[in-house]
Write a protein that binds this ligand. Structure first.
Ligand SMILES: [Zn+2]
Ligand SMILES: [Zn+2]
Length: 392
């Protein structure tokens, strides 16, 4: 019974944390309804909590809360890393405690006791690699190589200097305010990893998400096979049809079998539901990042492009309105001329308004090249290192 309670608490906390974080980092989720939930989970509830602290502890309590907020949200810290380890550790513990007694089973061999441990181990190694690897920090010794590796597109990246690091800012780089350093091909600062995701560790980050998606699928499949084996071993279908005289059809048997599973193996069912929800979240998150990788765009750049395109659209609309105004003023001054047909005016105006705004991403060089850039980042290649030794 204790395992079930542990599972329910663990599931609820995990989902709250995962959904809250994914909503914050994931532009797909920025719809009005989910945005409101996310806002409540992150800022709204926190604001009520701050008011409560002010009411109960006074201004000293609020100062302490602000210090904690600064430590937790604005400085690098391992809290979320520990939460990840707690989530994966507890999930594995619950599965091992509740289901390893059925391995080997009718449909599952004994090897899965070890392969499941191996799968989780690889997941943790990928987590450590992403968390503690160099994301591609730009410093005075490698800035010239990064400047030549990533040329300025003069659209979303122009020649600039980082005011904090006092070095030129290569195109695609960004100064991470949490880590206080410039990172090449900056994607985002990941609180789960307590590290920036950049030029050198996007490959580990992608492998991490994909691997955890696969682990969840593996967990669901293994638990399904264990439950199928239990049904077979205990001859549940046979007992239902022979002793309880239930018709041997899917429609009649399915609800009763499900009821039996919920009564006898509720831990496994709850773990499967939990894993299914995490699988869907990870699938969406991976698809979003894979699309960015295939088009050689970073999360940071996708926001920059959104801003640029909406600004460009507004500029074009303003230009079209100015041109239309100029044309109508011209018509007024040429009153003697025969009036133009309404159709001609309609088409000439629409021509002015439909100035296409295009996203010209110079870093997108085709799927294969883009994937290669993730797998073998510029700064790990021989040509980059040779330049370094020449300039050094
Ligand atoms: Zn900087
Ligand atoms: Zn960072």
């Amino acid at each position: 019974m204790a395992v079930q309670w542990l599972l329910v608490c663990h599931g609820l906390v995990t989902l709250l944390v995962v959904v809250s974080f994914l909503c914050g980092q994931w532009p797909i989720f920025q719809g009005t309804f989910i945005q409101r939930i996310h806002f409540f989970l992150t800022f709204g509830a926190y604001d009520y909590f701050r008011r409560f602290v002010l009411f109960s502890c006074g201004s000293r309590g609020v100062d302490a809360l602000h210090s904690a907020e600064y430590y937790c949200c604005d400085r690098p810290n391992p809290i979320i890393q520990l939460i990840y380890l707690l989530i994966i550790g507890t999930t594995y513990y619950i599965i091992a405690k509740s289901s390893f007694i059925y391995i080997p089973g009718y449909y599952i061999s004994g090897i899965h006791r070890y392969t499941s441990f191996l799968a989780v181990g690889v997941g943790i190694i990928l987590f450590l690699l992403t968390s503690f690897s160099d994301p591609g920090v730009v410093n005075s010794s490698n800035v010239s190589q990064y400047l030549s590796a990533y040329p300025y597109d003069n659209i979303i990246f122009t020649e600039k200097e980082c005011h904090t690091c006092k070095i030129p800012k290569p195109a695609r780089s960004k100064h991470c305010s949490i880590c206080d350093r410039c990172v090449a091909r900056f994607d985002h600062h990941c609180a789960w990893m307590n590290n920036c995701i950049g030029e050198r560790n996007t490959r580990y980050f992608m492998a991490f998400i994909l691997w955890h998606f696969l682990i969840c699928i593996y967990g669901i499949a293994a638990l399904a096979l264990i439950l199928a084996g239990r049904l077979k071993d205990l001859q549940v279908v046979h007992i239902l049809t022979v002793y309880y005289d239930i018709e041997n059809s899917y429609r009649e048997l399915a609800p009763l079998v499900l009821q039996w599973l919920l009564n006898s193996h509720n831990t496994q069912i709850l773990v499967m539901v939990f894993l299914a929800v995490i699988t869907m979240l990870l699938a969406g998150f991976f698809t979003y990042h894979a699309k960015l990788c295939l088009t050689n765009t970073t999360t940071n750049e996708s926001f920059k492009w959104q801003e640029y395109l909406s600004w460009q659209t507004k500029v074009n609309e303003a230009k079209a309105s100015a041109a239309a105004l100029k044309a109508s003023l011209g018509e007024l001054s040429q009153e003697k001329k025969p009036p133009e047909s309404k159709w001609k005016t309609f088409f000439s105006r629409s021509h002015l308004e439909e100035v296409e705004v295009v996203k010209n991403n110079i870093y997108d060089k085709g799927y294969l090249h883009n994937i290669y850039e993730i797998v073998a980042p510029f700064s790990t290649r021989r040509s980059f290192l040779l330049k370094k030794s020449k300039t050094g």
